[in-house]
Write a protein that binds this ligand. Sequence first.
Ligand code: PFF
Length: 456
Amino acid sequence: MAEFKREHWGSKIGFILAAAGSAIGLGNIWKFPYIAGENGGAAFIFVYLICIALIGLPVLMGEILLGRTSQKNPVGAFRALTKSKFWPLVGFLGVIAGFTILSFYSVVAGWATGYITEAVMNNFSLYNETASSGEHFNSLVSNPYWIIGYDLLFMAVSMLIVYAGINKGIERGSKILMPMLFVLLLISMMRGLTLDGAQEGIDFLLKPDWSRITGNSVLIALGHAFFTLSLGMGAMMTYGSYMSEKDNIPNAALQIVFLDTLIAMMAGVAIFTSVFATGLDPAGGPGLIFQTLPVVFSKMPGGYIFAIFFFLLLTIAALTSAISLLEVVVSYFVDEKGYARHKAVLIFGGLAFAVSVPSALSFNYMADIKIAGLTFFDLMDFLASNIFLPLGGLLMSIFIAWRWGLNNAVSAIKKGAESLFNKHPYLINLWIFFLKYLSPILIFLVLLHSAGLLKK
Ligand code: PFF
C-alpha cells in the first residue's frame, strides 16, 4: 500500500527549491557557456530563450501535472492515466534517459569535485597562464584514477542523499544549498564584470551574429532547453508526484524557469567576461570553465578562497541535479517493482556508476574509440539531450493533449491555481495551444532534422 504512505513536500517552497535544484546544475554553469561559445554566442542564446519560453514552460507545466495527478513515478503515471501498453514505455524511456545522463553527468561533476581539491592545495597558482591551465586540465582528465575516483566519490554522495529519502534528504539539502549557490554565483559575476577586457565578453553575449544559426544549432538549443529544465524524462514528473493539489503548478513552473534562466545568464556573464579577459577561445569545448576560471582566480586578490568556493558551488549544483536523475530511476523500481528504497539506491546508483566508467575513459584510454564519430561521453550526451529528452517531451505533450484529453488536463491544472485562471482565463487557452500544436510540431521538425531527414 505504498500509495497511502507516499511522502509529500514539507512546504511549497520545498518543491520549488528541489525542482529548481534539479533544473540548475552543470547544464547552466558548465554546459550552457560551452555550447553557447561553440555556437556563436548571442544568436544561439536568443534561439535557446525562445525554446525555453515556447516549449520549455508549457511542457514543464504538463510534466509536473502528470506527476501530481497520478502521484506516481513516470511509468506508473502513464499506467494510472491510460490502459494502453504504449504510453508507459514513454516513462520507461525516461528511466533509460536517467541512466544515460547520469553516465556523463557524474564524470563532469567529478571534475568539479576534483577541482575543489586542486583549489584547496593552491595548485591553480602554479598554472596561472591560459596554456598551462589547459595542460593542467588535460593532464588531470587523462589520468583514469583521478577521473574515475572523483566520479565515484560524487556518485556515492548523491546516493547517500537519495538514500535519506524525500523530506529529509532532497528537500532539506536544497533549502540550504540553493541560496548559497546564488550568492556565490553573484560574486563570480561581479568579479568577471570588473576584469579588464570584460566588455568583449558582454558583446559576445549580447550582439547576435545571425549567420551562426544553423539547423544544427537550433537542435542543440532545443535539446539544451530540455536538458537545463530537467524536462522530458520524468524528473519533474517524479518531483510533481510528491506535490499536493493545493500547490499552484503554473506559478511553480514559472519560478523554476525564471531561476534556471537567471542562473544560466549569470554563469554566462561570469564565464565569458573571464574567457575574453584571459584571451581564451570561447569555443574551447567541454573543458572551457575548467581551463578558464583557474587562470582568473589565480590572478585575483582572494582568489584562493574564491576558487574553493566556486568549485564547491559547482559540485553542489551538480549534486542537486544528480539526485533528481537518480530519484527517477529509484522511484520507478520502488513503486513499480516493489524494491526497498535503500536497496534500489544501492543497486541502481552502483549501476549508473558502472556506466559512467566508459564516459570517464573517453578522456584517456578510450579517446580514440568513436561511435558515429563521437566518443562514448559525447554519444551519451547527444543521445540524451538531442534525442531522448525532446522525444520524451514530444510524447508527453501528445499524451496530454491528444490521449489523456484536454478536459482532464484543464481541470487538473486548475487545481491550486483557481485564482490565476479566474483572473486570466486566456492563459489556459494559450497553454493548450502550445501543448497541442506548437511544441509537438516544433519538436518534431527539430527531431527530423537531427535524423538527417531535413536539409538545412
Ligand atoms: N537540469 C540539469 C542541469 O541543467 O544540469 C540536468 C538534468 C537533471 C537533466 C535532471 C535531466 C534531469 F532529469
